[in-house]
Design a protein around this ligand. Structure first.
Ligand code: T4K
Length: 397
C-alpha cells in the first residue's frame, strides 16, 4: 500500500552520487570525428551543400536498402515530413490519432487545418486501439495517424482492414520505429506513408533529420517536389510546397551512421535485457513485454509505476533526479491536455482512460548505446532502494 507522505531519502544508494555525471534519458550515438572528416572534406571540395547532392542521393538509396523499403524521401526533420505527408495525400477534415505521443504528431494536423480526433490506446502496447478507431469514424474522417510508440508496432493488420473498409488513408508516425520489423517485414511498409525521425535523441540520428517512406515512384516524386517548394524544374512549380530538404552535412552523417547502427542496436538490446533482469521482482514496477515475432530497436525503456509501488510515480521521478538520473515522463501530459487541444470533444478524459492512466504511471529510464551496465545496475539499485526505504518507512509509521 502506498503511503502518501514521503520518506526523506538522500542518496540511499550504495553508489555515491558524486560518482555520477547526469545520466540523461538518451545520448546521441556518434562515429569517431576522424571518420566523418573525409565526408566533410568532400562537401567542402564539391561546394554542394544542399538541394539533392551526392550524399543525399547515396544516403537515400543506402537507407532504403538497409530498412527494406521501396522509396525514401529525406527531410530536415520528422515534423516537416509529417506536414508534407498530410499534404501529399491531400488529407483534410478529421484524422483519428493517439493522444499518447509527442506533440508533433497532432501539431502536424493543426498546421494543415485538420481536426485531430483522439482515441484511446491499448495499455499493453501503448498504441492506438483499433476497436476505438472504428467507433470514432464519421463522414468527415479521411485518415488515421497512428504512432508506433517507443518503436512498438501498432496493430498493422487491424488498422489496414479498417482503412480498407472505410476508404481511409493511413500515415504512420514511425518517428520511434527505425529498423523495427514484424514477421521479418519492416513496419515501415504498412499503411500509405510512414515518417521517420533522425533527431539527436533517436536511435539513429543525423543531428536533425527525418524521412517519408512511400511505396510507389509517383508518390515519392510528388513528395520530393513538395519538400522543394513544389519545384519540378527551373520554371515549373506544381504545388505550394515547403522547404523540407535535408542538407549534405546531415545526409553524409547519415550515410556514415549506417555503418554503426547494428552495433548501436546490439548495445541497446543489452541495456534493455539488463533492466528487465534487474527490475523484474520490484513490486509495482511494470515492464512492457516485447510483442511476439518483432525485431525491436530498444529505443526507450518505459516502466509503469503502479499503485503497488510504495510511492507515486512523481516521487520516484524526483528522487531519481536527486541521484543524477534524468529519466523522462514520455508522454506526460497527454497531447489532448495541452491548451490547443483540450477543448476538443475527443480530448475529454473520459474518452481516454487508458491513455490518461498510462501518462500518470510512465517513466522512461535512460536508454542509449553509451550506457554501461554498471550505470544500469546503479539505476535499478536506486529504484529498489527507494522502494525498500519507503516500505520500511510506511511499516514504521
Ligand atoms: N513524432 C514523434 C512520435 C516524436 O517522438 C517526435 C519527436 C516527432 C514526431 C518529431 O520529430 P522531429 O521533428 O524532432 O524529428 C525530444 C526530441 O526533441 C523529439 O525529437 C522527440 N520526438 C521527443 C520524444 O523527445 P525533448 O524535449 O525530450 O528533448 P531534450 O532536448 O529534452 O533531450 C532529451 C535528452 O537527450 C537530454 O536530457 C539530453 C539528451 N540530448 C538531447 C539533445 C537534443 C543529448 O544528449 N544531445 C542532444 O543534442 O524532445
Amino acid at each position: 500500500m502506498r503511503n502518501a507522505s514521503q520518506p526523506t531519502l538522500k542518496n540511499s544508494s550504495s553508489h555515491p552520487v558524486e560518482a555520477h555525471a547526469p545520466i540523461t534519458v538518451t545520448q546521441p550515438s556518434l562515429p569517431e570525428l576522424a571518420e566523418f572528416l573525409p565526408y566533410l572534406e568532400e562537401i567542402w571540395r564539391s561546394k554542394t551543400l544542399t538541394n539533392g547532392g551526392q550524399f543525399h542521393r547515396k544516403f537515400e538509396s543506402a537507407l532504403a536498402e538497409y530498412l527494406g523499403v521501396p522509396y525514401v524521401s529525406l527531410f530536415a526533420n520528422a515534423t516537416i515530413a509529417l506536414l508534407t505527408a498530410l499534404q501529399a495525400l491531400r488529407i483534410h477534415g478529421e484524422v483519428i490519432t493517439t493522444p499518447y505521443s509527442f506533440v508533433a504528431t497532432s501539431h502536424a494536423l493543426l498546421w494543415n487545418g485538420i481536426k485531430p480526433i483522439f482515441v484511446d490506446i491499448d495499455p499493453q502496447t501503448f498504441n492506438i486501439s483499433p476497436a476505438h478507431i472504428e467507433a470514432a469514424i464519421t463522414p468527415e474522417t479521411t485518415a488515421i495517424l497512428p504512432v508506433h510508440c517507443y518503436g512498438r508496432p501498432c496493430e498493422l493488420d487491424q488498422i489496414g482492414q479498417i482503412a480498407e473498409n472505410y476508404n481511409l488513408k493511413v500515415i504512420y508516425d514511425a518517428a520511434h520505429a527505425f529498423g523495427v520489423r514484424q514477421s521479418g517485414q519492416s513496419v515501415l511498409n504498412a499503411g500509405d506513408l510512414s515518417i521517420l525521425s533522425f533527431h539527436a535523441t533517436k536511435v539513429f540520428n543525423t543531428f536533425e533529420g527525418g524521412a517519408i517512406i512511400s511505396h510507389d515512384l509517383r508518390t515519392k516524386q510528388h513528395i520530393d517536389h513538395l519538400k522543394n517548394f513544389g519545384f519540378v524544374n527551373e520554371v515549373t512549380v506544381v504545388a505550394a510546397g515547403i522547404n523540407g530538404k535535408m542538407s549534405e552535412f546531415n545526409a553524409a552523417l547519415g550515410l556514415l551512421q549506417l555503418n554503426h547502427i547494428d552495433d548501436v542496436l546490439a548495445r541497446r538490446r543489452l541495456v534493455d535485457e539488463t533492466y528487465r533482469r534487474g527490475l523484474r521482482d520490484i513490486k509495482g514496477i511494470q515492464i512492457a513485454q516485447p510483442q511476439a515475432d518483432c525485431d525491436l530497436n530498444w529505443s526507450y525503456f518505459p516502466i509503469r509505476v503502479t499503485d503497488e509501488f510504495p510511492v507515486p510515480r512523481d516521487v520516484l521521478y524526483d528522487y531519481l533526479k536527486t541521484q543524477s538520473i534524468w529519466a523522462r515522463r514520455y508522454f506526460y501530459p497527454l497531447i489532448s491536455e495541452f491548451p490547443m487541444y483540450r477543448n476538443l470533444p475527443s480530448a475529454n478524459s473520459q474518452n481516454l482512460p487508458h491513455a490518461l492512466q498510462t501518462s500518470r504511471e510512465i517513466i522512461c529510464l535512460p536508454q542509449h548505446a553509451e550506457l554501461d551496465m554498471k550505470t544500469v545496475h546503479y539505476i535499478v539499485d536506486c529504484i529498489r532502494k527507494l522502494a525498500d526505504s519507503a516500505q520500511s518507512f510506511s511499516l514504521a509509521a
